[in-house]
Ligand binder design. Structure first.
Ligand code: SAM
Length: 280
């Protein structure tokens, strides 16, 4: 197997007459060592079925095929989705191990296989909703490593009472334990993005409740962080009619109503949801 380097990436793009799209977050990795490192960080093994979102020109896909039993790749751009099986057939002796789906990862509902590990250089403008959607829809995903914008990585892995802690941190914590997994230099991309990148890894954990509770919890999280400087009794007043109604719910949940949302772990939001009326 030969992985793709800068020259091959540029050749492939030229052959497709591809001008990388900003709105689709098309920044392609041109350093094969980075792809190998990502696959190693994700500890992808021979029994894994890897899910890759946004395979692009295939640099990470080839590195994944080297280690996983098979790869299912979801790519929104039809030109890239069409080219990928050809590129893989030219570089890898078992192209049948790859399935490419030309779909939007934000709305995908089913896959032909049950993936065990997510490995992706995510399109940066939709990285959080894509990650949360995949964790919700594909329960078989046990672990993963994704590359995202550095600030987003910090938010996903943030702990309570820090400046980065917010909606992505708490919602991701419903599904998984998330950790930072290192920085990636801008120079490994073509075109070079104007933001820094980081890796985050996740390990799925047992969710704190069922789907009904999750919906309730996520609504409370959205309200709590809508104005993050507000105390919870005031931030949740829009949901429960008044700040005194919100205060009563918080007291019943044994949460100090003068705290801010940023002080609560996912368990605190679950405690509120457990005693709050259903507002749907
Ligand atoms: N994996 C490749 C790499 O590392 O070189 C490309 C990564 S590039 C940052 C993001 C890729 O995601 C692009 O190929 C883009 O077309 C694709 N993409 C953007 N939005 C998408 C979506 N909603 N669903 C699936 N793929 C998407």
């Amino acid at each position: 197997m030969t992985l793709l380097g800068a020259a091959q990436i540029r050749e492939l793009a030229a052959a497709l007459d591809l001008k990388p799209s900003k709105s689709l977050g098309q920044n392609f990795v041109i350093d094969s060592n980075v792809c190998t490192k990502i696959v190693r960080t994700a500890a992808v093994g021979p029994t894994d079925i890897a899910l890759e979102i946004g395979p692009g020109l295939g640099s990470l896909t080839l590195a994944l095929l080297e280690s996983a039993a098979s790869v299912v790749a979801v790519e929104i751009d039809p030109r890239l989705a069409g080219q990928l099986p050809i590129t893989v057939a030219n570089h890898f002796e078992h192209p049948e191990n790859l399935t490419v789906l030309n779909q939007d990862a934000l709305t995908i509902q089913t896959l032909p296989v049950n993936p065990t590990v997510l490995v992706a250089n995510l399109p940066y403008n939709v990285s959080v909703p894509v990650l949360l959607h995949l964790l919700e829809k594909f329960e078989s995903l046990r672990t993963g490593v994704v590359m995202v914008q550095a600030e987003v990585a910090d938010r996903l892995a943030a702990k309570p009472c820090t400046k980065d802690y917010g909606i992505p941190s708490v919602k991701a914590a419903w599904w998984a334990e998330v950790k930072g997994a290192g920085s990636v230099s801008r120079s490994v991309f073509w075109p070079a993005p104007n933001v820094d990148s980081k890796l985050v890894s996740f390990t799925r954990r047992q969710t704190p409740g069922d789907e009904e509770l999750r919906r309730k919890v996520f609504t409370i999280i959205d309200a709590a962080f809508a104005q993050r400087r507000k105390m919870l009794r005031s931030a949740l007043s829009s949901l429960y009619g008044s700040s005194s109604a919100a205060e009563e719910i918080l007291m019943r949940a044994k949460i100090d109503p003068t705290l801010r949302g940023e002080a609560l772990e996912i368990a605190g939001f679950c405690a509120i949801a457990a005693v709050a009326p259903d507002i749907f």
